[in-house]
Design a protein around this ligand. Structure first.
Ligand code: MRU
Length: 348
């Protein structure tokens, strides 16, 4: 287990590691209402597709506590409102909607139970989903192991570690598994503008794990692939469409293009809860646009002229044709993705 905990249930509160303050300060915030959880997802106190899914589920557990306390006359309606609030917090990562839908189905199926029992049941589901996430990530790492050479130089984007999940991580979990299995691992970590998840979070996590790495600027990727040894690119994913197009942190597609130009394998890594077979292609995936201040300031200090116009998409789509394989907890999925993805998605 990792020494720090992205999220955990503490009595009657959801405790989140405040990722906005890393790596300088390791501090936690305790949330007691669903509104606070939705805001924490929006402002990225908690972030990363699997982590926001589980945080939302705990948000629903908090909502049921309130519903029981006020003895609501329409508990299911109130919970549906809470679910809507959470669902709208961030649009791209499908894990959020997937996790909420799963709990809402159970909430509906158990709605005839006495209120306190209903509340306890939903909290138990949240705890189970948190534990499942860790197990899923470990399986992803083990499934990836046969793809990793004895001496492996990775290129990694954004943050997909313990911080982006309940624990262990997805794409960073693959690197971690390889390291733990005795592979000689080195990682190029890009900064991941504008919010610097690579510089602030991934580099910090790799330091804690004792995995050798070098931090590079986003624009250096093609140069590094041309002039240095890079064996594989591993990135996370926020939504995988039925045709294998992948939404992930903006800049992922640039990396895929550079990897293709240098014949370097490009792996998208994530749990099967990230696969959305109801979305036909990347064209149908909503791309979150975030506020200008993420680009025009650093730590609150302006770095551009006042009123600089900004376009700030937080994610991009990597077309399926650039993806060597998708690594999941069920197995490694190769093209053609339209035919092969349904084999790893189990009915929920
Ligand atoms: O905006 P973020 O920090 O939530 O974006 C995170 C990513 O894009 C990750 O790469 C993705 O969620 C996979 S996390 C295991």
């Amino acid at each position: 287990m990792t020494a720090y905990r992205t999220l955990s249930w503490q009595g009657n509160a959801l405790r989140l590691l405040d990722q906005r303050r890393l790596p300088g300060t390791l501090t936690y915030v305790d949330l007691t209402t669903v509104e606070e959880v939705a805001e924490a997802i929006r402002n990225m106190t908690v972030r990363g597709a699997p982590a926001i899914g589980v945080a939302a589920v705990y948000g629903l557990a908090l909502a049921t506590q309130h519903i029981v306390a006020i003895r609501s006359s329409s508990p299911l309606n109130d919970l549906t409102q809470a679910a809507t609030l959470l669902r709208q917090a961030r649009p791209t990562a499908v894990n959020l909607a997937w996790a909420i839908d799963r709990v809402m189905r159970l909430a509906l199926a158990s709605a005839s139970l006495p209120l306190a029992e209903w509340r306890d049941g939903l909290l138990a589901v949240a705890e189970r989903m948190a534990a499942e996430d860790v197990e899923t990530n470990r399986r992803i790492g083990l499934n990836a192991l046969p793809l990793i050479p004895q001496k492996a130089v990775f290129y990694h984007h954004c943050n997909t570690g313990a911080l982006a999940t309940v624990d262990y991580g997805t794409a960073l979990g693959v690197i971690r598994t390889a390291h733990e299995a005795g592979r000689q691992v080195f990682v190029y970590v890009d900064e991941t503008r504008p919010r610097l998840q690579g510089a602030r979070l991934t580099a910090w996590e790799l330091q804690q794990l004792g995995i050798p790495f070098a931090l590079v600027v986003d624009g250096a990727s093609a140069h590094i692939m041309r002039t240095k040894r890079v064996d594989l690119v591993t990135v996370g994913c926020d939504r995988i469409a039925a045709n294998g197009d992948v939404a992930n942190k903006v800049g992922t597609f640039n990396l895929a293009l550079a990897a293709r130009a240098h014949a370097i394998p490009f792996y998208s890594v994530g749990p099967t809860s990230t696969i959305d077979l109801s979305t036909q292609s990347g064209e149908d995936i909503p791309i979150e646009e975030r506020e200008a201040g993420e680009i025009t300031t650093i730590e609150g200090i302006p770095i551009t002229a006042p009123n600089t116009p900004v376009f700030n998409p937080a994610f991009d789509i990597t077309p399926a044709e650039y993806i060597t394989a998708i690594i999941t907890e069920i197995g490694v999925v190769y093209p053609p993705f339209t035919a092969n993805l349904p084999w790893v998605v189990h009915p929920t």
